[in-house]
Design a protein around this ligand. Sequence first.
Ligand code: ATP
Length: 358
Amino acid sequence: MIEIEGVTKIFGVGAEAFTALDDVSVTIDANEFFTLLGPSGCGKTTLLRVIAGFIDPTRGRVTLDGNNLLNQPPYARPVNTVFQSYALFPHMTVAQNIAFGLEMLGKPGSEVTSTVDEMLALVRMTEMADRKTSQISGGQQQRVALARALAPRPKVLLLDEPLSALDFKLRKDMQLELKRLQSETGITFIFVTHDQDEALTMSNRIAVMNEGRIRQIGGPRDIYDHPAERFVADFIGDTNFLDVELLKVEGEQAHIRLPSGSEVVARAAQGGGRTGGEVTVAIRPEHARMDEAEGALFQGALSNVVYVGTDTHYHIDLDSGGQFIVRQQNQPDQRHERQVGERVGVNFGAGIGQILKD
Ligand code: ATP
């Protein structure tokens, strides 16, 4: 278990000072696939480097199984890193690359050989053992980099955007592959990405970061279905934001009045922090339905219809102002095509809207 408590990192001094990490606290469990997700510059890599020991934090504590990590040099930490650029030795074979770290640690030859064989099998590269790493593909190099980092059996593997150099299809395959490697080895993975799909696909839990702070921590479903605040709702997936009137809050249920005058029940994130007044409610495009205009919660006119293969996105100019997007799955036998300009309604069920914190 890794405990990160109140970690702050300020680069530079005086007018030049820049706070890259601002009082970050999070506990990462043993055997967890944990992802740090956020836009470029939010501090993900800095946090990873603090854990690895390449950067000293300005303040805060980092412990692994109760032991202070910060007073140990990087090489002595039971932590290994996989970089975006793989950093393999091109003149060495696949097997030699995997063996290198073990040899540096002074492991006996027989143990090196058996671990290398095990790692080659784990990343499904046994047949490529004697190839030079300059003569294998990018995806294969990625597997070798993983095998090399896993070989000394670190307690924690840090992965800094390791899939960003791969093409789309290979990246999708490697996402599942990484998830398999994590669960087969039982090693804690801390994965850095700015790609929300990647984070949702692979993680047990995700910490969404912005401007040096963790904004929300939760499982993929929590984060997607119950974003606590606007940044999180906006960064992950598409969201409709509506300004509504909060009538009353009962536990997690919030009674709201829509601009159209209809009253519905939404969900209050951690109480939403508010008991009345104007609040913002977030509704995912696929959680709302497009219906006939009459009797719907919202009414408006279709301004755009975007076909994207699996789904169609309907953009609706609401009579009450603003725009709303509804996403509907396409059916192979679908006949009725909606036309731009058509009058339509939007409905969503009780508990679908999520009240955001300010
Ligand atoms: P990316 O996805 O682009 O790698 P990131 O979230 O990993 O972004 P970091 O690399 O952690 O971001 O950087 C966070 C902020 O700290 C950035 O604004 C960066 O410019 C700044 N920063 C990082 N390293 C240093 C440094 N050595 N000196 C000064 N500022 C730094």
